[in-house]
Design a binder for this molecule. Structure first.
Ligand code: PMP
Length: 404
């Protein structure tokens, strides 16, 4: 789909067609987004919010329009609920610090799952260390889905927040977050959703899902690197203190006492990425111009095709096989009982022009749970097609022959 809009895909790799299947790490960029970024630098580059001059006012207007665009895309009630950050990691760190300052005391508990990315573990762990709180872990069922039946038993009167991913960045599994949210809310516990892998592939709607916080990264959604979003329900964000101090986030600064800006600026210290925000809005426009539902359906069917094709390759063990996935499939190759190291598989695929990711995917607790040194992960985006998958499978067969 629309491969020609992505200039980098015309480049070859070792003289071969580029088969880019590392989209869960970052997506390639459409010309429309790149042009929007250049255009913003060429015609609207001035620091925002403070300037009385024309250029600053135009830049401010476009940045705030971009915020509205993101709010609309994610289904937020208001643009005030959209905080621009550096990415998912930054979003979760900001939330963990801010929420922790206001609501977490010694002996309290935070719940994450066994399948989280380090970005959704370490910030909470750091908070727990700071406050003397405890990190509790929601187990998985045999399909690597959250074992929601065990969530009730994990919740105590000290549980302050639950933070889980909507889609696993290792197995691509779509997680039952609606059930997690509904159980949590029955106990008045807020839920943060790590949407780094869901926002690019699913029809995310924060209001429908009723999550309290949601984090995602622009670079995984055809947008620029270094920009992300922290969504928070307005009633929560109003109650939380700022996580970082500096310009923009203040109302008045006095040595005796500083007062803070209104939402969302209270959480945006310093000069924001006002060029990146416009470029991100343009990436969202791009996806909408194709049709978000069409993109989602197309990627889902391609992911399914990839899993079916992989399942036919001898020695391949797919994780969470047969479950509903968004974008990514993870596997290992066995020669008899011997696991062929994912790094070796990835290297031989690379030599054939196929880019996949190998290793622990920044989710070591899940990899430990699977009792493997890592996995090979192939992940699709809207510009991949069956030809990419077929080349990948052929290259994999060849790699296995060489390694087996
Ligand atoms: N969570 C998940 C599920 C991810 O896949 C990623 C990126 N691999 C992150 C968080 C972190 O995203 P970023 O590096 O863009 O901050």
């Amino acid at each position: 789909m629309n491969r020609e809009d992505f200039p980098i895909l015309a480049d070859d790799v070792y003289g071969k067609r580029m088969v880019y299947l590392d989209n869960a790490a970052t997506t390639q960029k459409p010309l429309q987004m790149l042009n929007a970024m250049t255009d913003a630098y060429m015609h609207r580059n001035a620091n925002i919010h403070r300037g009385v001059h024309h250029l600053s006012q135009v830049a401010t207007e476009r940045h705030e329009q971009a915020r509205k665009r993101v709010a609309e895309y994610l289904g937020a009630k208001s643009a005030k609920e959209i905080i621009f950050t550096k990415g998912t990691t930054d979003s979760i760190n900001i939330l963990a610090f801010s929420f922790g300052e206001a609501y977490v005391r010694g002996g309290d508990e935070i719940i994450v799952s066994q399948a989280e990315h380090h970005s959704n573990i370490v910030p909470w762990q750091m908070l727990c260390e700071r406050k003397g709180a405890k990190l509790r872990v929601l187990p998985l069922d045999e399909d690597l889905r959250y074992d929601v039946d065990k969530l009730e038993a994990l919740i105590t009167d000290r549980t302050r927040l639950i933070s889980v991913a909507q889609v696993s960045n290792v197995s691509g599994t779509i997680q039952p977050i609606e059930e997690v949210i509904s159980i949590a809310h029955r106990h008045d516990i807020p839920v943060c959703i790590d949407g780094a892998q869901s926002a690019p592939h699913l029809m995310v709607n924060v209001r429908e899902s009723d999550c309290d916080f949601f984090a995602c990264s622009a670079h995984k959604m055809y947008g620029p690197t270094g920009l992300g979003v922290l969504y928070g329900k307005e009633e929560w964000l109003e109650k939380l203190p700022p996580a970082e101090g500096g310009g923009e986030m203040i109302d008045h600064v006095r040595f005796e006492k500083t007062t803070y800006n209104q939402l969302p600026y209270k959480f945006e210290a310093g000069t924001p990425d006002f060029i990146g925000s416009c470029a991100f809005a343009s990436a969202l426009d791009y996806v909408d111009s194709i049709g978000r539902k069409q993109v989602t359906d197309y990627e889902n069917s391609l992911t399914q095709y990839m899993e079916e094709q992989l399942a036919e390759v001898g020695g391949v063990r797919i994780y969470s096989r047969g479950t509903e996935k968004a974008g990514a499939v993870s596997f290992n190759v066995y020669s008899g009982d011997r696991l062929i190291h994912p790094f070796d598989v990835g290297t031989l695929l690379d030599r054939q022009g196929v880019a996949v990711r190998t290793g622990h995917h920044c989710a070591e607790p899940l990899i430990d749970y699977l009792q493997v040194p890592g996995t090979v992960r192939a992940s699709v985006a809207l510009y991949n097609d069956k030809e990419d998958v077929d080349i990948f499978i052929k290259a994999l067969r060849k790699a296995i022959m060489m390694l087996g």
